[in-house]
Write a protein that binds this ligand. Structure first.
Ligand code: SF4
Ligand code: SF4
Length: 98
């Protein structure tokens, strides 16, 4: 795509009329924790997706959801709002079982 840096989507003034040097970063870069979904406990209600401020949770199948860690900023709202306690926040660099 013309004028877009492939790493950080760096727009120049021509493509971003609201201002020069506007950066749209991958919000996942900020994260220190990430959510892990227990797919057995998840009932597919979609409440986590409704609350996610970065729209990082989206349907995978009709009753299953997936989390896009490129944009998940690790706020933990999804884990707080999940009525099934199916989401656990885990430190970056660790896995859910550690
Ligand atoms: S809120 Fe919890 S139970 Fe509902 S879709 Fe999200 S992870 Fe699954
Ligand atoms: S931790 Fe925050 S940004 Fe990441 S999926 Fe959950 S609600 Fe969305």
């Amino acid at each position: 795509m013309r004028g877009v840096d492939s790493v950080n989507y760096r727009f120049t003034g021509d493509e971003a009329p609201v201002g020069r040097d506007l950066y749209i970063t991958n919000t996942g870069d900020w994260r220190i924790k990430y959510p892990v979904m227990d797919e057995e406990a998840c009932v597919g209600c979609g409440i986590c997706a409704l609350y996610c401020p970065t729209a990082s949770i989206m349907p995978k199948t009709r009753r299953k959801y997936r989390i896009d860690l490129q944009y998940c900023k690790g706020c933990g709202i999804c884990a707080v709002e999940c009525p099934q306690a199916a989401l656990t926040m885990v430190d970056e660099g660790e896995t859910a079982s550690e």
